[in-house]
Write a protein that binds this ligand. Structure first.
Ligand SMILES: Nc1ncnc2c1ncn2[C@@H]1O[C@H](COP(=O)(O)OP(=O)(O)OP(=O)(O)O)[C@@H](O)[C@H]1O
Ligand SMILES: [Mg+2]
Length: 507
């Protein structure tokens, strides 16, 4: 009997395969990191071949850990780091270039040119996004313009684009031997190439980037019985398992947190932070620096939209303390170290490594540590790093409340950083609202499994999924209003200091 649903979570730092039962409980998992390739300042790449190999390994190892085989899986879902861009030759499966990761800022001149030429407003209106280095469109353009032979190959149908969902799907379904070249509406909504209303690639937007339509995958609902095919028996599961759910990681986490009603929101703390607010079938256009995006689309139902506050650097600032500053040995030590001091000692750290994303969208910003006195030490830096995660989240919560008139009475959280008890306490203090974490913290993989299982009838409907959610931990605010206001005012001043730091080249 196929009693389980599997989910591939192809993330920025690692790839996981997780297996869930009918109750949404984790049965088995395996996870492997891949290399972060940093060829120069501002550039971030991954090797797509390594990602595919890691995907194979984690699928096989998770099955082995659970004592299961591919035939025990009723269906699988795929979720992924969004925007990260792979261009490959469908005849061979060979990538033309490394994957250009969402954090990569090499396309700053492309983004600035879009704004200067007045195309920014068209992109905002049609795609719901501000022109920024973050999204896939500029990254595809960069590959077409900078990698020898790709433009010609694309014109002949020998170069195709996908985010990593699409790359993994194509490989799982046969690769050069009939692999399916498709994606879902949520991933497509992060390219600057899809019209949010028609849910199709838009010729005017494609024209801005000089991208031939033939490079692009078919866009499907996030949960669908047939659209994504089945795994080839020659591939890692060694079974023909239907792939029935595909959605970007933050959209999957929204589903995994069962934010199915308008006004429900979640905040995921991973490499970056992503606050997503369900706005229902209504398209809300942000006036305060948030993105409009497709939350998910289940089968033939209309798409559900969301407002999103994306923050580029949160958990990765903790990794930076570990790997570059070398003041901690593990991410968890950030908590121990920060606990040795009462407060930030006047110090603020704005980790604007990729410029600032929401709600500022300033690619000219770079990181800064300000307010230093002779008194400050490593522990203050650790504390300031955790506070930066929380203050950045407050920035997007404020923008969300202004855009939507939804007032949060509790913030639902998940992701790796939520293991940090101090950080979550600071989050409650900085926001002045309680913070709540569910039992299953791996909401990204869970959401992909939910999308897959809904398509096949493994789960009946979203109401059934709601019954799976339960709270494991809650943090209540403890700061006075005065302390909260003072702390936030200091943060705003620190952000000011990071702006207008680098000159964006003219293209
Ligand atoms: N105890 C901790 N305190 C602070 N940060 C932590 C802690 N444990 C993990 N992290 C941070 O959490 C992040 C990993 O979280 P998670 O596994 O949810 O990431 P992710 O965003 O899903 O990864 P990916 O981007 O690969 O999908 C890392 O950046 C790490 O620094
Ligand atoms: Mg993730």
């Amino acid at each position: 009997m196929a009693d389980f649903i599997g989910a591939v979570d192809q993330g920025t730092t690692s790839t996981r395969f997780m297996i869930f039962d009918h109750g949404g409980n984790e049965v088995a998992k395996h996870q492997l990191e891949h290399e972060q390739i940093l060829p120069r300042s501002g550039w971030v790449e991954h090797d797509p071949v390594e990602i595919w190999e890691r995907t194979n390994s984690v699928m096989q190892n998770a099955l082995r850990n659970g004592g299961l085989s591919g035939t025990d899986l009723a269906a699988i879902g795929i979720t992924n780091q969004r925007e990260t861009t792979v261009v490959w030759d469908p005849r061979t499966g060979r990538p033309y270039y490394n994957a250009i990761v969402w954090q990569d800022t090499r396309t700053d001149a492309i983004a600035a040119h879009l704004e200067r030429s007045g195309r920014g407003d068209v992109i905002r209106r049609k795609a719901g996004l501000p022109p920024a280095t973050y999204f896939s469109g500029g990254k595809i353009q960069w590959i077409l313009e900078n990698v020898d032979g790709v433009r010609e190959a694309a014109e002949q149908g020998h170069a195709v684009f996908g985010n990593t969902d699409c790359w993994v799907l194509w490989n799982l379904t046969g690769g050069p031997d009939g692999g399916i070249h498709a994606t879902d509406v949520t991933n497509a909504s992060r390219t600057m190439l899809m019209d949010l209303e028609t849910l199709d690639w838009d010729d005017e937007l494609l024209g801005f980037f000089g991208i031939p339509r033939s490079m692009l995958p078919t866009i499907n609902p996030s949960s669908h019985r047939e659209a994504y095919g089945t795994t080839r028996t020659s591939r890692p599961l060694r079974a023909a398992v239907p792939i029935t759910g595909v959605l970007g990681d933050q959209h999957a986490a929204t589903v995994g947190q069962v934010c199915f009603s308008p006004g429900e929101a979640k905040n995921t703390y991973g490499t970056g932070n992503f606050l997503v607010l369900n706005t229902g079938t209504e398209l809300v256009r942000s006036q305060h620096g948030l993105l409009t995006t497709v939350a998910y689309q289940l089968g033939d139902s209309p798409p559900v939209y969301a407002l999103e506050g994306s923050i580029a650097v949160t958990g990765s600032a903790v990794q930076w303390l570990r790997d570059q500053m070398k003041i901690i040995k593990t991410a968890a030590e950030s908590e121990e170290l920060a606990r040795t001091v009462e407060d930030n000692g006047g110090m603020y750290f704005v980790p604007a490594f990729s410029g600032l994303f929401a709600p500022y969208w300033r690619s000219d910003a770079r990181g800064a540590i300000v307010g230093l006195a002779r008194y400050n030490d490593n522990a203050h830096l650790a504390r300031a790093t955790l506070e930066a995660i929380c203050y950045q989240s407050r920035d997007v919560v404020e923008a969300m409340e202004q855009d939507s008139s939804v007032h949060l009475d509790v913030l639902r959280v998940d992701g790796g950083v939520t293991a940090n008890d101090l950080c979550m306490q600071i989050q409650a203090d900085v926001l002045g609202v309680p913070v709540s974490r569910p039992v299953v913290a791996e909401t990204t993989a869970l959401g992909a499994a939910y999308a897959a299982g809904l398509a096949t009838g493994f789960w009946r409907d979203t109401d059934e999924l709601r019954t799976h959610w339960s709270e494991s931990r809650r943090w209540e605010p403890q700061w006075s209003e005065e302390k909260r206001a003072e702390g936030y005012a200091g943060w705003k001043m620190a952000v000011e200091r990071t702006l207008d730091w680098v000159k964006v080249p003219e293209s």
